[in-house]
Each structure stands twice: as C-alpha cells, then as structure tokens.
Design a protein around this ligand. Structure first.
Ligand code: DSN
Length: 418
C-alpha cells in the first residue's frame, strides 16, 4: 500500500492531496452518520488489489470469460461465509451497492405493477423502498405503512388493515432512520395471511444482525434479507442478497444478467474478509458496544431536554428533532456540528412539515465512533458537546474552543487503515 501511495504522490499530486485531506478529515472529527464506518486495513488492501483488473460475468464455475481460478475462489468463500454468518440458504454477493441490490430483488421476484407494502419514507423507509422519484417507485405500486404518532413505533394494526385491503405481493421492512429493532414475527404473520413474500432491507444493521445483537429475520422465517456491506458490517462499499433456496435462481438471474454486468471482484474479496471478521468474537463485542454507545448517547441527550423520535433507540441510531429541541432546522444543526468537527446528517422526521433539504432533525449513529474505540464515557462527553453547540448557535468563540477540544479528544482514537 505504501508503495502505491508513493507512486500516486509522485504522479498525481492533485488526487494525492485530496486523499490526504480526506484522511486528515476522517481522523480529526467524530463521525456520527449512522450509515458510515471505517473499514479494516485488510479490506483497503483488497480494494486496491489486482482483482479490480478482472472481468467475471457469471457465477463461480459458470463464467463468460477465462482466467477465473482465483475470482471463483474469492466469490465462493464470500458466499459460504455469508450463508453461515446470517444462517441462510443462499447468498449473492455481487450487487454493486445498496440500490441495485434492492432493485434486483423486486425485479427478480415480482412483475412490474405488482404491489409492495413498505415503510413510509418520512417514517424511516429508504429511497429504494419506492420513493416516487425513483425508477422502482414508477415501476411498482408501492403502498405505505407508518409509525404510530403516540410512541413512534410501527403501527401493526394499520399495517395489517392495509395489507388485507391491498393484498401486496411483497411486504418490505427495514429502514434508514427508524431507531428500533423490528418485530419480524408480526410482519411474517401478516404476510402469511395474504401470501406475500417477506423482505427486510437490513442495510443499516446487517452488522448488528451478524453480531447477534439485533434479531435475525431468518429466525422468523423471512424470505429475503438484503444488506449493504459498508455500514455496521465495516466492509467495502457493496451489497448482498441473502435468501431462501427457492428464490436463489431468480435472484441470481436478476443480479446478472438482469441488472448488472461484471461484478467488482476487488469488492467481493473485501466482503469475504469482512465476513470472516464478523464471525469472530470481537465483532460480537463490537456490536454490543455500538448499541451501548447509542443508548448512552440517547439517554444523555434526553436527560438534558433534547427530543428524540420514539424517545430513544434500541439500535445504532437516533433521530434528534432539532426544531423541537433547539428551535433550529436540521440543516442548520448539521452545519453547526460540522463547524466543530462532528459529522451528522440532516433528516426528515415522521410527516415532517419541512422540506427534505431543511428538515426538522438530524440523524446520529454510533458504528464509526465505536470502531475507533469510543465507549460510554466518551458518549457522555459527546452529548455535552452537541447540546452546547446546538443550544448556542450564535456563539462563535464557544464553537472555536469546542472544536479544539473535540479534535484533541479525537487524536486519542486511531482510525483503522490511516
Ligand atoms: N445513504 C444511506 C444512508 O445514509 O442511510 C442509505 O442509502
């Protein structure tokens, strides 16, 4: 790796400078975007390897190009490790990332125009769960379930009512901004009543399922689970579709040749490494600490008067209602925190009256901070800094001193791979 860096520095100063800048940024501040993480140095090694040179359309043993001895080995290892880790019958590790991964499931298992019941976007669902602006939203008939305004939890009575009335072909759960674990048995029971396929998009929490600190949908008879590999799993930027055997052929055909061409074998090598790490006892401990850090941070924020959607968290993330807590929108909150080297993202809240680029909240998560070794006492400090900055939006000198404090604090926590 060092050798490659020296070559880059010598031959392309502009790109090298941007790379160095990003490394410095990732070290200097606290990363709280719940979908981000720091991958393993071994994964960085596979990503920057000669596997990127190879075309491998097809699947192990059935490729369209020659020279597949080592790519087949890598993909077989990744598939077997995924099946064992997630306790499932089939794994496809080729999706280039989260969006094509979910698209491949819809296209493989359903017909255009079919009805999919999925979570409302402002209540925690994802763009690929049928946002009207997405092509999947145009191709399939997405209908919505929401959370209950009284406690913010999924409203299963309403979900069942919609389901019985609309008879969806698929019931999709999973989220990008819902701070609770899911009751898969209730989804499955409702799906069985109408004969719907059950799918969960575990992109955010695949690592937490792998660590067995959140429920595994396969333990409740789910048909399909998708997950990206770069969030709580700590792997390279990619995706996996895990499913029951009866859906395997249709899923594989949908990924290739249905939707994609050559898989990114350097990423698949990184996924293989990631899955080995995720099966080790240290990863269970990591998952446990991610949750502990999130609940500690949530408790501290709430104790000091902040308002969280659903009142807290039982996964790795929380949604802070900045309008209600501090009288500022999520865009301003994100910028204020950025100015002191705390990275979050603006976030719509359920039935948000504000527009997506100036929504009412921010989303906060602990996977990346936990990877750096931060623990509960660090979350207490973090809550204090956040409350201080968001509660005093006009105090520039407070921001300057807090930024210096945070950057000194961060220098104690190494970033893997940098
Ligand atoms: N962009 C990811 C997230 O932040 O949740 C999902 O696509």
């Amino acid at each position: 790796m060092q050798q490659y860096r020296e070559l880059l520095q010598k031959n392309d100063q502009d790109v090298f400078n941007a790379l160095s800048g990003e490394e410095a940024r990732q070290k200097a501040g606290i990363e709280l975007i719940p979908s981000e993480n720091y991958t393993y140095p071994e994964v960085l090694c596979t990503l920057g390897s000669v596997f990127t040179n190879k075309y491998s359309e097809g699947y192990p043993g059935r490729r369209y190009y020659g020279g597949q001895e080592f790519t087949d080995t890598i993909e077989d290892i990744a598939r077997e490790r995924a099946k064992s880790l997630f306790r499932c019958e089939h794994a496809n590790v080729q999706p280039l990332s989260g969006s094509p991964m979910n698209q491949a499931v819809y296209l493989g298992l359903l017909e255009p125009g079919d009805t999919i019941l999925a979570m409302d976007l402002s209540h925690g669902g994802h763009l690929t769960h049928g946002a009207p602006v997405s092509f999947m939203g145009k191709l399939f008939n997405f209908i919505r379930y929401k959370t209950d305004p009284t406690d913010g939890a999924i409203d299963f009575d309403e979900l069942r009512r919609i389901s019985l009335a609309e008879k969806p072909k698929m019931i999709l759960c999973g989220y990008t901004s819902y701070p609770r674990d899911l009751d898969y048995s209730r989804f499955k029971k409702i799906a069985d009543e109408v004969g719907a396929i059950t799918m969960t998009d575990a992109s955010h929490y695949g690592g937490l399922v792998a660590a067995d600190v959140l429920r595994n949908p396969f333990d409740f008879g789910f048909d399909v689970v998708t997950t990206t590999s770069h969030k709580s799993l700590r792997g390279p930027r990619g995706g996996m579709i895990l499913c029951r055997k009866e859906f395997a052929a249709r899923i594989d055909k949908a990924v290739f040749p249905g939707l994609q061409g050559g898989p990114h074998m350097n990423t698949i090598a990184g996924i293989a490494v990631t899955l080995k790490k995720a099966a080790e006892p240290e990863f269970k401990e990591y998952g446990r600490q991610v949750l502990l850090n999130a609940s500690t941070l949530a408790d501290e924020l709430v104790k000091n008067g902040a308002s969280l959607v659903t009142g807290g968290t039982d996964n790795h993330m929380m949604v802070l209602d900045t309008e209600k807590s501090f009288g500022i929108n999520g865009k301003i909150a994100e910028e204020l925190l950025d100015s002191v080297s705390i990275t979050t993202n603006k976030q719509i809240i359920p039935d948000d009256p504000n527009p997506p680029l100036k929504p009412s909240g921010i989303r906060i998560g602990t996977p990346a901070a936990t990877t750096r070794g931060m623990k509960e006492k660090d979350m207490v400090r973090l809550a204090d800094w956040m409350l201080r900055i968001l509660g005093n939006p006009d105090d520039k000198s407070l921001a300057a001193s807090t930024k210096a404090e945070i950057e000194a604090f961060c220098s104690r926590f190494p970033v893997p791979g940098i």
